[in-house]
Design a protein around this ligand. Structure first.
Ligand SMILES: Cc1ncc(COP(=O)(O)O)c(C=O)c1O
Length: 349
């Protein structure tokens, strides 16, 4: 399908300070837009980034039929544009779509739209160390009606945001004892917008108590550690790196998968198994707990300095050359073409 291209007459790029980018707050000049109506995807276009118009009865507003992805584009030292495992994001978008009864987007349409957008806004891909172009594809119900049922029309939009290094220091987290981000049979494995809205309140309560993030536990017993904010969680006890298995409730993170592969390549002992809160508390008390970190596209790896549980605070030791910093470097070196890509994760545009 041909992509209709309408370029902006007022590029904002000269007003952007690429040395001082925060995360996801500055938006590139263009966006890719495609509509689903009458049973098919149509009208793919690149247009200036800007407001869109929807009727108040569009189902996105009432029933939250909306999903998204998060991925990044990088520039290597030779000026090539690189994506990291983009087909994994594409597949996960469709997996989320299926769960929310949003139509599947064909691979060619998605990848061609994304590639064209990156060509058009190529100058927006930052070259500074640690910076990248964050890419946000999302699909949502535009079809109208106050009836609680799937819409008959949808939009796919891909926007991009040049972003600096997400690292905001080590975070103190609260292990959740009451709220849950996901439940068995629910939508936790999908990147459904509503999952994140539901996290805001418990995260706010945790913030009021001085914790920057929530460690989600299982909805049933709150005895098992599942995710860290909007990231997968890794826990290092002595030399073993442990992460929870993915499930109905846990997102199958691409960073998580990549860390597991790199750990295997480097002979780091790894366990994919359920992690109990009590073993982590025990390990913190006896000194076996060495590191905890979140893993996700935005921050890559976000180290945790300590956690709160049942009105007690536990601090993690300061570790030089820990797994968190080494793994972050290993992944970002592959992403930016500074290291060999033996699993063919990079895709050159
Ligand atoms: C709930 C949740 N867990 C984990 C992740 C990490 O996934 P990825 O590494 O694919 O970004 C994300 C972010 O996408 C997320 O929203």
């Amino acid at each position: 399908m041909d992509i209709n291209i309408q370029l902006t007459e007022h590029s904002k790029i000269d007003s952007v300070d690429f040395n001082n980018l925060s995360f996801g707050r500055t938006f590139s000049d263009h966006m890719f837009v495609c509509d689903f109506a009458d049973g098919e995807w149509k009208n793919p276009s690149i247009q200036p980034y800007g407001p869109i118009s929807l009727n108040p009865s569009a189902k996105i507003f009432h029933y939250g039929q909306s999903i998204f992805e998060g991925m990044k584009a990088y520039k290597d030292s030779e000026g090539n544009t690189l994506l990291f495992r983009p087909l994994d994001n594409y597949k996960r978008l469709n997996k989320s779509a299926e769960r929310l009864v949003i139509p599947q987007i064909p691979e060619k349409l998605f990848m061609n739209g994304l590639k064209k957008l990156l060509e058009v806004d190529n100058k927006w891909i930052p070259t500074n160390e640690g910076s990248s172009l964050y890419i946000r594809p999302f699909m949502f119900a535009t079809g109208e009606g106050f009836h609680a049922s799937p819409a008959d029309s949808y939009k796919l939009i891909i926007c991009t945001a040049p972003s600096g290094d997400y690292f905001s220091g080590k975070v103190k987290v609260l292990i959740e004892e009451k709220y849950a981000r996901a439940a068995n049979g629910g939508v936790g494995f999908a990147k459904a917008g509503g999952n994140y809205a539901a996290q805001f309140y418990p995260t706010k309560l945790a913030a009021d108590r001085g914790y920057q993030q929530v460690i989600w536990t299982d909805d049933n017993t709150h005895q098992y550690i599942e995710e860290a904010g909007a990231m997968n969680i890794f826990i290092r006890i002595n030399d073993t790196l442990i992460t929870s298995p993915t499930s109905d409730r846990i997102l199958d993170g691409i960073t998580r998968k990549s860390i597991l592969q790199i750990a295997e390549d480097e002979n780091i002992p790894v366990e994919i198994r359920k992690i109990t809160v009590s073993e982590v508390v025990e390990a913190a008390k006896n000194g076996d707990l060495k590191e905890m970190f979140g893993a996700g596209t935005a921050a890559v790896i976000s180290p945790i300095s300590g956690f709160g549980y049942k009105d007690e605070d536990y601090n993690l030791p300061e570790i030089k050359n820990g797994y968190a910093s080494n793994l972050k470097k290993r992944i970002t070196d592959i992403q930016t073409n500074k290291a060999e890509d033996k699993h063919n994760w990079r895709v050159k545009i």
